[in-house]
Design a protein around this ligand. Structure first.
Ligand SMILES: CC(C)(COP(=O)(O)OP(=O)(O)OC[C@H]1O[C@@H](n2cnc3c(N)ncnc32)[C@H](O)[C@@H]1OP(=O)(O)O)[C@@H](O)C(=O)NCCC(=O)NCCS
Length: 185
């Protein structure tokens, strides 16, 4: 299910990463603007290689009821270029919840592509992986990401608060959630 997924949308192909994507992915995750609101700093090539290798290794270990982290490549259909990633994985501060995440190279922002990828992966999560609920968290300042969550139908639930000290970095995030019934509506 995870290793051979292939999704086509109007403008995109979404598929598992391979090590051949290394340099294209590095060009994206080394951009300061892309990493601004993400937990990691802009990555070196060696860090990207380690991360990509871990992502690919985890394809075999993910199970529908136990997703470790499932990150896949977002490709522009027209040109075949790798333009970003999207994924599903346990929420760091509450691993019982599966979080939807995404990122695109800066040149591809603003055309609705992130929304197209996020919606397609959420549908995959509900219809193929049979998840009941997907959540999204975003710092209030990341307005574009917040809009993506809203545009795919996610519902704002709360501002994250009251976490233990080891998760204090997540305090204040906006927390959204979506169920299969809501996305199909
Ligand atoms: C978040 C991200 C994927 C959004 O990509 P995108 O291509 O701009 O997304 P879309 O075009 O699908 O939608 C963005 C929406 O935000 C809106 N938006 C973007 N910047 C905005 C701003 N500063 N103020 C108000 N609205 C803004 C856009 O107008 C659009 O909404 P609309 O369709 O209603 O007009 C992209 O900014 C990114 O890769 N950021 C770095 C990684 C990241 O932060 N990921 C999210 C982790 S929480």
């Amino acid at each position: 299910m995870f290793k051979d997924m292939y999704i086509e949308t109007e403008r995109l192909v979404i598929r598992p990463f391979t090590m051949d994507d290394l340099h294209d992915l590095h060009a994206i995750v080394s951009q300061d603007e892309v990493m601004e609101y993400l937990p990691d700093d802009p990555m070196t090539l060696a860090e990207t290689e380690r991360t990509l290798s871990w992502i690919i290794d985890s394809y075999d270990r993910n199970r529908p009821r136990k997703i470790i982290k499932y990150t896949v490549a977002v490709i522009l259909k027209e040109s075949g270029e790798l333009i970003g990633w999207c994924g599903l994985g346990p929420l760091d501060f509450d691993p019982s919840q599966i979080e939807l995440y995404y990122g695109l190279r800066k040149q591809s922002w603003g055309g609705g592509v992130a929304t197209e990828a996020a919606r397609a992966l959420a549908e995959y999560g509900f219809h193929t992986v049979s998840l009941d609920r997907i959540v999204g968290v975003v710092p209030p300042a990341n307005v574009a990401s917040k809009r993506v969550l809203e545009k795919i139908g996610m519902i704002y639930r709360m501002r994250v608060a009251g976490l233990p000290p080891d998760h204090s970095a997540y305090e204040g995030l906006l927390y959204f959630s979506l169920t299969a019934e809501q996305i199909d509506r």
